[in-house]
Design a protein around this ligand. Structure first.
Ligand SMILES: [Zn+2]
Length: 279
């Protein structure tokens, strides 16, 4: 399932791997993504958190300044928060230390009309995917653009970014849950992907479900190796001691929705086990 789009693209003679991450910005941008290089200090912080820093850049997204790393956008404050949490816990996990609190909880979510019928229908599917698992977190669709208390907890917006370096970024999540225990407030979906590759509703739903996963605290299943992106980043023996959620595999899990490169289309059994363990 994961490799299908790659085969499809090989037939089209396009050297593009479908990735949630690894991309640089070019051309127009609905969200005005302006990127610049990162300070050594920030790079070493991100490396310490075991992110793939090969394409990390400063950027402005979701109305804030921060860092683009993997398919995430993190403010410097969020990075420092992650470091503090990790220092407190001394473990590296499949999920982040900060999770959504005040359970059971209904998280409201809204999608920008810029993503059209495809985006709207795909979000309904992504919501069903999570709500059918039976965890203490459920999602409820609300209108986009509401203000104040009615504003969706997670807003799905559109951005526009050309492929680069053999990858196209499908989505970008605005980080992980805050220390206060709220989900990340938004994620973006790349409309260039829609225009260029005409993805199915299932592929868009899977990508949205992947980005929702980050918003509620999932990291990439293969964050140590980036195996799903055709990379083989080996951090050495010290790097593979990650603490996985009980009951999930410690090795590669190619059908996980939370692999770094996809798009997988559904939560696999291990993703569900992890979700139920977290929530
Ligand atoms: Zn991701």
């Amino acid at each position: 399932m994961i490799k299908k789009p790659i085969f499809k693209l090989a037939l089209l003679s396009l050297l593009i791997l479908i990735g949630f991450n690894s991309c640089q910005s070019e051309g127009e941008s609905l969200q005005n993504i302006e990127e610049e290089s990162l300070s050594g200090d920030l790079l070493s912080k991100l490396a310490g958190l075991h992110f793939d820093i090969s394409n990390a850049k400063m950027a402005t997204m979701f109305g804030e300044e921060g860092v683009r790393v993997e398919d995430l956008f993190l403010t410097e404050e969020q990075i420092d928060e992650l470091i503090e949490s990790y220092n407190d816990n001394q473990t590296r996990q499949y999920h982040t230390v900060n999770l959504v609190k005040r359970l059971p909880r209904v998280i409201t979510i809204a999608v920008s009309p810029d993503l059209g019928t495809l985006g709207s229908n795909a979000l309904d599917d992504a919501i069903d995917m999570y709500n059918n698992v039976g965890s203490l977190i459920t999602f409820e669709r609300v209108a986009f653009g509401l203000k104040g208390k009615k504003k969706a907890n997670i807003e799905v917006t559109a951005f526009s970014e050309q492929p680069s370096g053999g990858f196209i970024t499908l989505g970008i999540a605005a980080g992980f849950p805050s220390r206060k225990g709220d989900p990340a407030k938004s994620f973006g979906i790349n409309t260039v992907w829609f225009d260029l590759l005409n993805p199915s509703q299932g592929e868009v739903a899977g990508t949205m479900a992947h980005e929702i996963g980050h918003c509620i605290g999932f990291r990439h299943t293969d964050y140590q190796t980036r195996e799903s992106c055709g990379q083989n980043i080996n951090e050495g023996s010290a790097g593979v001691g990650a603490v996985y959620v009980d009951g999930t595999p410690t090795g590669s899990d190619p059908s996980s929705l939370m692999q770094a490169c996809g798009p997988a289309q559904t939560l696999n059994n291990n993703d569900k086990i992890a979700l139920l363990d977290m929530y």
